[in-house]
Design a protein around this ligand. Structure first.
Ligand SMILES: [Zn+2]
Length: 270
């Protein structure tokens, strides 16, 4: 089979399957240039690469211990939520992993398949487990809702002429890798910053808040966290995923407050 033919087959298979599956978080089916298998494989590679080129804290350090403790409770809450909805199959391909890297950046992200990184630079702003849960819940929702995949899809369309991911990786590995990292919030090394859309941010906030509550953390910490984040990002030059607040911090806090009582009564069992 020629490469072109293979890509057509891959593409049509992708569109066929995408049209038939519905995302649990967004409730939407989406056409995509990227299949889940492709995106998981790329995420695995990029995650390993990222960890090998950054300072990863050992599990014994107290910062990593906090991140692991909170992250594991969020993951357990997500698994239970999907199980209760009869949607556990959607998480089957997830190989959850949590790592903490030493960095001044106030950032965190989660790649497809549940590959989480928290930067130590965000810990002075989270200050407690509940706020850290808000951060991890937010990032995990981006992954569950395939927000990064949509950004990757847009990037492939806009910058690489709509090539399927596997083809783009074979033809233009460096550009494709840069696009991938940018789509998942790892930074904009190559000047390609694709901010998450406002609705994606709201979705991540809303479901992140729910997972925070389901994990047994007080969701009200989200408001205090965003107030601290807002104050801290005032002097920040580079907008990492967490500071690139597309919805202004004030709008985001207003939205969180508007769903707070409902979230607490439905999901929070301290
Ligand atoms: Zn976000």
């Amino acid at each position: 089979m020629t490469k072109q033919f293979l890509s057509v087959v891959l593409l049509s298979t992708t569109i066929f399957f995408s049209a038939c599956t519905q995302n649990t978080i967004t409730g939407k089916s989406q056409l995509s240039l990227i299949s889940d298998a492709e995106v998981m494989a790329a995420a695995n590679t990029e995650y390993k690469q990222f960890l090998s080129t950054n300072k990863v804290l050992t599990a014994g350090s107290s910062d990593a211990a906090s991140v692991n403790r909170v992250g594991n409770r969020i993951i357990a809450a997500v698994k239970k939520y999907y199980a209760d909805m009869g949607k556990s199959a959607e998480l089957e391909s997830y190989k959850w992993e949590i790592n903490t890297v030493s960095s001044k950046e106030a950032n965190a992200w989660c790649m497809p398949g549940g590959k989480i990184v928290v930067y130590t630079g965000i810990l002075p702003i989270t200050q407690n487990d509940a706020a850290l849960a808000v951060v991890v819940g937010h990032e995990v929702t981006h992954a569950l809702a395939s927000h990064g995949k949509q950004r990757m899809n847009t990037g492939l369309l806009q910058q690489l002429g709509g090539q399927a991911l596997s083809v783009a990786l074979a033809n233009k590995p460096q550009e494709t890798q840069a696009l991938f990292n940018s789509a998942y919030g790892l930074g904009s090394q190559y000047g390609v910053m694709l901010p998450f859309a406002r609705k994606d941010e709201y979705e991540a906030d809303k479901f992140g808040l729910m997972f925070t509550a389901l994990a047994g953390y007080d969701p009200r910490e989200a408001v205090k966290f965003w107030q601290r984040m807002s104050a801290a990002s005032g002097g920040n030059q580079k907008p990492p995923e967490f500071a690139s607040t597309h919805p202004s911090d004030a709008n985001r806090i207003t939205q969180l407050q508007s769903i707070m009582d409902d979230t607490i009564s439905k999901y929070y069992k301290p």
